[in-house]
Design a binder for this molecule. Structure first.
Ligand code: P1T
Length: 402
């Protein structure tokens, strides 16, 4: 388009334009810099877009309501989830905030009781202030979800596998319960990524992910995304992008779009390393218990196999001892880094009881197995034998006698 829909203007000194005008306009016409042959989508940082006419908009108007780099990324993740729509937000927790804001005062949520601590804290501390109460149930048994449904229940929220105990919830069974009660189901798919699990195909209405984790995969972007096939949900969530404005930056969208290109390769290697690490830890006399959904020792291995095509890179272990041993264990690691977050190329380990799930009450921690000796591992892409050797030497340092 030419300037303001009129004839193209040639910006040059010969035409008498001043320097102050030329620095704004010369060489900046979309015809000069835009291309339809670049292999990689460009980072479009413009916050505003030229409009064709009064009461007419082009594809883009203003960065909060749409940006070409963000659109590329959203379309890619929607395709991976088998969805019509993908709507990206500034973080995973913002995505939860926007999804729960589709409810109204007096509505009720039934949620799995094991969630990332930031998500359950948000439901308890912020969503509740909107007069939307949440009942938390052990969603491993769908009957618990059914029993908690009330006439006001409008949303069921589950995380599967869950953070940090890797509990599995039956997506198809819970979707049916939600629908029979006039509610919708949203699944937090962060731990699997769409590569290993596509909840919409199992009946969920919405699927969200913290892009910060496996989807971006490189520990350098904070972002969330929700995908859906429902046009009405898409409209409402896009309106939140516009009115709340917690949208990811074009640069972050570019990075995540770049990161996701290797999602299949990374997920296969995360899984390969996680299986090897989980097997080695299960045989270690210094370890009380190991959970990995891909091993037959996981109590819900059969359900995991039914709804997932692979088991990701998250391993949870309870070491022998308590806080003292756990502290020495973390300090002794050399390859695996002690840090929250997950899903990146580096192996990370964290202590849910004092970090990600610190907000839980003592009873909730006990009920979920978030004891002082629980260690969460996000198994990265390093050489398998280096990871196992590092974990084994740290366990030895922490628990010299067995
Ligand atoms: O950090 P953010 O992008 O806002 O995503 C929140 C979130 C949502 N859902 C799950 C399952 C998550 O694990 C997270 C974030 N989790 C961590 C930072 C963590 O260390 O567990």
């Amino acid at each position: 388009m030419d300037v303001n829909g009129s004839e193209a203007v040639k910006f040059s000194t010969a035409r008498g334009y001043g320097m102050e005008t030329l620095v704004q306009h010369a060489g900046q016409e979309p015809k000069i810099w835009s291309t339809d042959s670049a292999v990689i989508p460009p980072i479009v940082t413009s916050t505003t877009f030229r409009l064709p006419d009064v009461a007419e908009t082009g594809d883009f108007v203003y960065a909060r309501c749409g940006n070409p780099t963000r659109n590329s990324f959203e379309s890619c993740i929607a395709a991976l989830e088998g969805a019509k729509h993908g709507i990206a937000f500034a973080s995973g927790v913002t995505t939860l905030f926007c999804v729960t804001n589709m409810l109204k005062s007096g509505d009720h949520i039934v949620s799995g009781n094991e969630l990332y601590g930031g998500c359950s804290d948000q439901m308890k501390q912020i969503t509740s202030n909107l007069n939307i109460q949440t009942t938390f149930v052990d969603s491993r048994d769908p009957k618990n979800v059914a029993a908690a449904m009330t006439p006001n229940t409008k949303m069921v929220w589950i995380e599967t596998p869950s953070n940090p105990g890797l509990r599995i919830s039956d997506i198809a069974a819970i979707a049916e319960i939600a629908h029979n009660n006039g509610a919708f189901l949203c699944v937090d798919n962060t731990f699997s990524s769409p590569y290993f699990q596509q909840p919409l195909k199992l009946g969920a209405d919405l699927v969200m992910s913290s892009v910060t984790k496996y989807i971006n995969g490189h520990t350098d972007v904070l972002m969330g995304i929700v995908c859906t096939n429902r046009d009405d949900f898409n409209e409402r969530l896009r309106n939140f992008q516009l009115l709340i404005g917690a949208v990811p930056s074009p640069f972050d969208c570019y990075l995540a779009n770049r990161g996701v290109k290797t999602l299949p390769l990374r997920m296969e290697k995360h899984q390969e390393n996680a299986i090897a690490v989980a097997k080695a830890l299960a045989e270690n006399p210094r370890v009380e218990k190991v959970l990995y959904p891909g091993l037959p020792s996981h109590p819900q291995h059969e359900l995991a196999k039914k709804q997932m095509s692979g088991f990701s890179g998250m391993v949870s272990l309870w070491i022998k001892g308590g806080l003292k041993e756990v502290k020495i264990f973390f300090k002794s690691l050399k390859v695996v880094l002690f840090a929250v977050s997950l899903g990146g190329t580096h192996s990370l380990t964290e202590h849910p009881a004092t970090l990600t799930h610190d907000g839980l009450t003592a009873e909730e921690k006990e009920d979920l197995g978030v004891q002082d000796n629980l260690v969460r591992l996000s198994v990265g892409l390093e050489t398998t034998s280096d990871l196992i050797a590092d974990l084994e030497q740290a366990l030895k340092a922490a628990i010299p006698e067995v």
